[in-house]
Design a protein. Sequence first.
Length: 160
Amino acid sequence: MSDNGDFKPVIVGFLCNWCSYRAADLAGTSRMGYPSTLRDIRIMCSGRMDPAWVLHALRNGADGVLVVGCHPGECHYVEGNYKAIRRMNLLKRTLRQLGIEDERVQLHWASASEGVQFAEIVQNMTAQIKALGPLNWKQRNVDDSVNLAVAAGEHVHEGA
């Protein structure tokens, strides 16, 4: 943990079109106020979130990634959020092996009417990432090409 008073995290958010994107919209139109750290990307379902997108975001400067979908059992596509849970568990295990803290990648639920909860999720994650400090993936001596290939399940040949 570090004290980073000037540090403003960059958090990439993958938000479900049917619930959490609308919760973010509700939070904004209701002026609930949450940190401007979130760069949101609307996806049709949290179950469609590709783990490669998370790796890409982290590799390219994001300090954290937030995935927010419909509550389990309330998915517009029936089982999409259950798929998101499985994918996130596997992704977090891979990220731990790469030395990335669990708090940097989070999965949450927010229905379209839960603007307050959405704002709280962003506030809490921002505070957690701020306490951790910048990711600085490249300064951790992580060989991106090898680790991304391993994360994707590819076999890596070293040397010529």
